[in-house]
Structure formats: structure tokens, C-alpha cells
Design a protein around this ligand. Sequence first.
Ligand SMILES: NC(=O)c1ccc[n+]([C@@H]2O[C@H](COP(=O)([O-])OP(=O)(O)OC[C@H]3O[C@@H](n4cnc5c(N)ncnc54)[C@H](O)[C@@H]3O)[C@@H](O)[C@H]2O)c1
Length: 422
Amino acid sequence: MVNYKVADISLAEKGREALYIAENKMPVTAKVIRDRFAKEKPLQGITIAGCLHVTKETGNLARTLKAGGAEVYLCGSNPLSTQDDVSAALVEEDINVFAWHGNTDDEFYWCIRQCLDAKPNILIDDGADMIVTAHQEYPDLLANGTIFGCQEETTTGIKRFIAMDKKGVLKVPLFPVNNAKCKNQFDNELGTGQGVISAIYGMHVLFAGKTVVIGGYGHCSSGMALRAKGLGADVIVTEVDPIKALQARFVGYQVMPIKEALPIADIILTATGCKHVIPPTEEAFNLLKEGAILGNLGHFDIEIPTKQLYEYAKEIKPIRSNVEELIFPDGKKIYLLAKGRLANLVLSEGHPSEVMDMSFALQSLMSEYIVKNRTQFKPGIMEIPVDIDDQVGYLKLKSMGIEIDELTEEQYNYIHGYEEGT
Ligand SMILES: NC(=O)c1ccc[n+]([C@@H]2O[C@H](COP(=O)([O-])OP(=O)(O)OC[C@H]3O[C@@H](n4cnc5c(N)ncnc54)[C@H](O)[C@@H]3O)[C@@H](O)[C@H]2O)c1
């Protein structure tokens, strides 16, 4: 019997259409791996719980895990990113879903607990909230070997687990899937890069001729800078890492402290994983330009100081779905996207399916790897096997009809040797 709580089960048909659209663009996860899993059933008897953005792409990951024999539980990893039609459709495919758009903090954790109550063997997290909850509230699950291994999908989650590991409190083998080449060099850069465009699209602003300030120059933010520049914007980067700042400058962007950038920014977009990229002060708010648009694509809603902005504004007017006009005491108006939460997922449908195909192919193959090798792991941060990363790369290329060269034996020996020189 399937367990669930979703917004409206009657949305299932619309959700099936969305899943189908994504499936056709996810040939590695939703075809090659799913077909093999359906034959070989490598996850038979295993329960997997995912705390992920419940989108049409995640739905296809859940279907692939189920095809492999797993009992799948799913909850949302952000209160605003769940696509209610997809949740409903997954329930009809016997996937246990506890997710709806706009849940409160208490409901968010209630959904996580429903998944942990199922005593999962593998946890797939996006932001660390499920695995941290397991540590705080489900010590038995960690102690009695129920959990074989965990996977983390995003940079912010990995940072939290590294901090736990350093303190000696991480009690599970943690696979940082985000750090795989086939994940962060594609999903973070291309996905978030394009996500900026779809997030701003709802505002109908022309990027060309605008000054766009990008907070950070990491995986996500460098992709965002590139796309904004491609649309004709003047891009300014703010950073705290000297090397990243130099990289941004040498690519051709202006680099300056945030306080200098605030008065000239038409659009400010953050993806740093850090809090208060815009300082949470009246002084900083007063520097903002009339009509500035503020959007965050980092994991939590603290990069733009949303709470302090709401407190400072004398009026908050929703002007369209997930966009608010904040009117300051002096009458200045600014526009906040998605209440400071992941603007690409809230205002649009998240990353394109093609790019999530790679992230979720990794999650699928890593689930199989964890089941096969479960007796060999110890608590702590693990490595993603290079051959799994390469396998996803080869499968993706093949699905695109692209072939590449192979090293000859002589070439292999040359690049791995030292004898041959001038
Ligand atoms: N929106 C999405 O769909 C999506 C997708 C992937 C990752 N993420 C999230 O985006 C965030 C960034 O991820 P990433 O992989 O790009 O990380 P990253 O570590 O590659 O890059 C972050 C960059 O931000 C810089 N930075 C840190 N604090 C700063 C500050 N106060 N001001 C300016 N720059 C600062 C760092 O020096 C670094 O260069 C994380 O929260 C991650 O979880 C979101």
C-alpha cells in the first residue's frame, strides 16, 4: 500500500504529462539505466528515501529506483520547489510521496519524518536536512546498520556534512554526489546558469543594457554570469575568494565589494551557499537602486537577507506568482523573487531535464554501488568512484550520438611515464 500526503491527487494526469516530457530528455536515467535496472533488479528489497526537489526530473529518478526493485519514499527539500502535479502522478505509480508546494517548516520536517519512519537503507539528500534529522531524531537507524549509505546532491549539504565530519558527529558513510564531475560541472554551471534566465523571465525584463551583479564566482554563479553576459548585460561579480575573484576579472567581468555594487545593480543574483551576501542592514538596503530585482539561486533563503528586508519594508505587495514588490519607508520599490528561495525552482521548473539526466544517473548508479559494497563502508565522507563518473559521461555522450577518441597503448604509457622528454 502506498503512503502519501500531497496537495491534490487529481493533478496526477497533468503530472504524468510532465514526467513524460522529462523522460524523453533523460535517456541515461530514464531509459538506459532504467531498462537495465528493470531486468537486473539491483535494488530489490531496499528502501530508499529521497529528500529532493520534487520535480518532473526527480520523479524520473524515483521511477528508475523503483524499476530497480526499491521501495521509494520521497519528500521535498525546499518548501517552495515541489511540483504538485508530479507528486500526485508519482503516488499513482506506487511511490510514497510526502510533499506539497508551500509547506510550513513544521510540515517540512513532518514529511522528512514520514520517510525516515520507513527505515530506509539509503538516504538521498539535497541540502542535508533529512540526514541531519536522522542524526538528531533516529539514532537507532544509524546505530543498527539499517542505513547502508547516504548521498548528498548539493554544495550546501556537502559543507554541512564536512562540518559534521570534522566534529566527529557524522555517523553514516556519505557520498558527495555533488562533487562528481558529471554533477557540478554540468548541473551547477549549466543548470543554474540557464535557471537565472527562467527565474527572471517572469519579470519580463531585458537583460541587455542592464547591470547584473552576481554574488559569487563558483560553479553556479560563474554559469549565471556567463548567461547574463550572453544576453547583453554588464556583469559585476562579488567574491570573497581571491582566486575566484581573479578568474572573474580575467574572464572580463568587473569585480568589486558588494557595497560598491549595490547602487548600480539593476538585478542582483546570488548563489554562494553563504549567508547575507547582501548585508542585512538599513545602510545596505538604502544603497539599492530603485526598481532593483533581487533573486537567490543558492540553497537556503539567507543569501539575500529576506527576513530583514521584510521587516524594513513598509509594504509588501505580491505582484505576480512568487514575485513581491517591497516598498521601503522612503517610497523606493524593489522586487524580491521567490521569497529569497531558489528562484530557478520556484519561479520556473528547475534545471533542464537534459542536465538533470546526468545528476540522477549518478544517483541511480551510486544507489546500486552502495547496495553492492555496503559491507565495506565506514562513517565519514566517501569518494565517488571515478569509473561511475566516467560511465555517466560515456552514456551521456552515446545518448547524444557523440563518439570520442580512445588512448592508444603508446599514448597511455607516454602520459603515465616520465622517460620520454626533449
Ligand atoms: N539553484 C539550484 O538549482 C542549485 C543547483 C546547485 C547548487 N545550488 C546551491 O548554490 C550554492 C552555490 O553552489 P556552488 O556549487 O556554486 O558552490 P561553489 O563553492 O562552487 O561556489 C560558491 C562561491 O561563492 C563564493 N562566496 C562565498 N561567500 C561569499 C560571499 N559572502 N560573497 C560573495 N561570494 C561568496 C565562494 O568563494 C565560491 O567561489 C549552494 O548553496 C548550492 O547548494 C543551487
